[in-house]
Design a protein around this ligand. Structure first.
Ligand code: HGY
Ligand code: MN
Ligand code: MN
Length: 417
């Protein structure tokens, strides 16, 4: 446990907030949020700023072959496995200022506060920025932490392409952030991630902290429908093979499948492309991504099976072809009970209201949980809104989350007296 003397340590909330606002200037969106997509020049600028801040407080920086960044703050026992703490700096195209970034910069603030208080821990502490958490430019999400956890191979990840056909490895090398460490070689004593909830529960229940015990599972399937291009004026309705209409009917089926497993399952199609995308051509091709999630693996499997069955039935009735490709996903996650207990103890000690939570969104912690004892801290966000430029949090929520993160980490990393 943390000694009485050190139990009073708190983060510098203004400094954390200033860092968040400084980082938010990189890759601005068009409506007050961020568009700092992975492996863009803006992502590189954010990485350089984060690296500068880490080196300024005496960290050493390591980078692996997926561009994952590891800022090492020495402990008193160099042989002790480090405690890792972090999240991601990349954002959605219409992302907010706090999704991922709060977790990375709260890790930085943790070290800054230890530095100010001249506190060292037995275990070193490593602040982490995981590449391509969002998966919006290079699917699937949590790609780099997935390679680190041994879920995906480096070559499989390197071959991922964006909408313009650019490969992951080519873009990583272009921005100069392909490191020389083998991915996944690092051993962790534990991993902690602070993240905004991205849902409405904590705010609606007026809770400061979410103690994340589980993460729901995720499944991404890419669907390709092939019909026949034809004139929208002169082609009789019965002769049409309308890939766009078939996509609309499959999307309707996705919604019905998710609702059939209410209240916990969710489903949506956020990415869709139509070809040739001309007002007077019956579409001959549609490509879209189905996102299913549930805390129950059997439900996810049922939703995936019903997507295929309903999709094939719809395609057959309309005379079009349909193909399915599993892009990625992960099973529901149970976080480490000791790490979860450290978070709950920190919240209690610091006097924050808290409740256990299942994470609705996916996070790097969901993969790292496979290779190290892992847990997450969550703070509320306004209206539960995220993946929207209007994403917002209060300074108090950031303060609570970062202080609980710090005390949980200090407890596990063991303060050197
Ligand atoms: O998709 C997710 O859940 C994460 O926000 N990338
Ligand atoms: Mn995130
Ligand atoms: Mn996100």
């Amino acid at each position: 446990m943390i000694s009485k003397a050190n139990s009073n340590i708190r983060i510098n909330t203004d400094r954390l907030w200033d860092s968040l606002m400084e980082m938010a200037k990189i890759g601005p969106g068009i409506a007050g949020g961020n568009n700092r997509q992975t492996l863009t020049d803006a992502d590189s600028d954010a990485r350089h700023l984060f690296q500068k801040w880490c080196l300024d407080i005496g960290c050493t920086m390591g980078v692996d072959r997926m561009g994952n960044m590891f800022a090492h703050y020495a402990g008193t026992d160099p042989d002790a496995l480090p405690v890792y703490v972090g999240s991601h700096l990349d954002t959605q195209p219409t992302g907010g200022k706090y999704d991922g970034v709060l977790g990375v910069l709260a890790g930085l603030e943790l070290i800054r506060s230890m530095h100010d208080a001249n506190i060292r821990t037995k275990h070193p502490i490593v602040i982490t920025n995981w590449s391509n958490e969002e998966g919006s430019r290079f699917a699937p999400p949590m790609l780099a932490s997935g390679v680190f956890a041994g879920v995906y191979t480096l070559d499989w990840a390197y071959a991922k392409q964006d909408a313009d056909g650019k490969r992951f490895d080519a873009e990583l090398n272009r921005i100069g952030w392909c490191g020389n460490e083998d991915v996944g070689d690092r051993q962790m004593h534990a991993f902690f991630e602070l993240h905004i909830e991205q849902g409405p529960i904590l705010e609606s229940e007026n809770k400061d902290i979410g103690v994340v015990t589980h993460g729901q599972g995720l499944s991404w399937t890419q669907v390709t429908i092939t019909g026949k291009a034809a004139h929208t004026g002169s082609t009789p309705m019965p002769m049409r093979k309308n890939a766009g209409l078939a996509m609309a009917r499959v999307i309707e089926a996705v919604d019905a499948i998710a609702w059939s497993h209410k209240p916990d399952a969710v489903g949506a199609v956020g990415h869709m492309e139509i070809f040739p995308n001309s007002p007077n051509v019956v579409p001959d091709k549609a490509v879209f991504t189905v996102d299913f999630r549930s805390p129950d693996l059997a439900v996810i499997t049922d939703m995936e099976n019903r997507l295929v069955n309903d999709g094939k039935r719809i395609a057959q009735s309309m005379g079009v072809e349909i193909a399915f490709e599993k892009l990625g996903g992960f099973d529901p996650v149970t976080f480490d009970t000791d790490c979860v207990a450290a978070i709950r103890h920190a919240a209690d000690t610091l006097g924050y209201s808290h409740r256990d939570l299942i994470s609705g969104a996916g996070h790097d912690a969901c993969w790292i949980n496979r290779v190290a004892p892992t847990a997450m801290v969550m703070c509320p966000c306004v209206d539960g809104l995220s993946h929207n430029e209007a994403e917002d949090i209060t300074k108090d929520w950031a303060d609570a989350g970062a202080n609980v993160l710090m005390h949980a980490v200090l407890q596990v990393a063991v303060i050197a007296e």
